[in-house]
Design a protein around this ligand. Structure first.
Ligand SMILES: [Fe+2]
Ligand SMILES: [Fe+2]
Length: 264
């Protein structure tokens, strides 16, 4: 099974920090169409738009429609801190929500369950996972049969990617989230997230994880003792996950690099 994981397109009607998010997102979709139209699932892990406004969501919808992706690749969406939950729901009325109105749902494909969760807190960059949302996740995990492999998609990083003290914008309920992962007896295989706009991979509570950069604005990892964000001439990317019965492989696609010299 092949999964496309793209994050943080930050769609907006103008350039942001001198970069056009729309043109870059379109290039990513074009790259996907040319190279990965055989994928089984396409997920965008939040910060769909930069300001969570109607115009930007409508622009996003138009870009997706114009991209002519195969039907199975109409993207599964979750919200990030730059999105607005109420506006998102108005623009995507068919996307499921949980019993408390959070954008949380799951999709079963073959022997796998893909769980999409909502870590948005109004007007905050930090991630938030309240007790109601935790209860939904616990219930969903409990109701998943033991023979299903589980993959979680979220916007915010569930663990500090370098040091706790420099992770000002990650998930705030890290301990609570960790407890859910550790107490679940089910087969959670991988966590996909975005938000920090940096490529990361590793394992947490014995579950592997990965994040791509933003398609709009890649950032630099912060190894200092103080919270900071930085940019350089780093490429944007999206990720490809190849899921096999015996493992998972994560590739990063630097989609702006379209000239490939295949060595004969
Ligand atoms: Fe973002
Ligand atoms: Fe974010």
């Amino acid at each position: 099974m092949k999964i496309i994981h793209l994050s943080d397109p930050h769609i907006y009607t103008d350039k942001i920090h001198g970069i056009d998010p729309v043109s870059r997102f379109k290039k990513a979709l074009d790259h996907i169409l040319k190279n990965h139209s055989d994928a089984d699932l396409f997920v965008i892990t939040g910060d769909i738009t930069d300001l969570g406004d109607k115009e930007s969501y409508q622009l996003f919808i138009k870009i997706i429609q114009d991209a002519n992706l195969p039907e199975q690749l109409y993207p599964k969406l979750i919200i990030g801190n730059h999105d607005n939950r109420e506006e998102f729901k108005k623009n995507f009325p068919s996307i499921q929500e949980d019993e408390n109105g959070f954008v949380q749902y799951f999709k079963d494909l073959e022997n796998k369950r893909f769980i999409f969760i909502d870590t948005n807190l109004d007007d905050e960059d930090k991630g938030y996972y309240c007790e109601d949302r935790q209860a939904w996740l616990n219930k969903t995990l409990n109701q998943t049969s033991y023979d299903k492999d589980i993959y979680i998609f979220m916007h915010h990083n569930p663990l500090a990617l370098v040091k706790e003290e420099t992770d000002e914008i990650g998930l705030q309920q890290k301990e609570e989230f960790k407890k859910i992962l550790l107490s679940s007896k089910k087969n959670i295989k991988h966590i996909f997230f975005g938000h920090q706009h940096i490529t990361s991979s590793g394992s947490y509570c014995n579950i592997t994880f990965s994040s791509p950069r933003s398609t709009w604005f890649p950032l630099i990892s912060n190894f200092s003792n103080q919270y900071r964000l930085g940019t350089a001439n780093t490429d944007t990317n999206y990720n490809i996950a190849i899921i096999r019965s015996d493992g998972i492989i994560i590739h990063t696609e630097d989609f702006l690099k379209t000239e490939v010299n295949w060595i004969e």
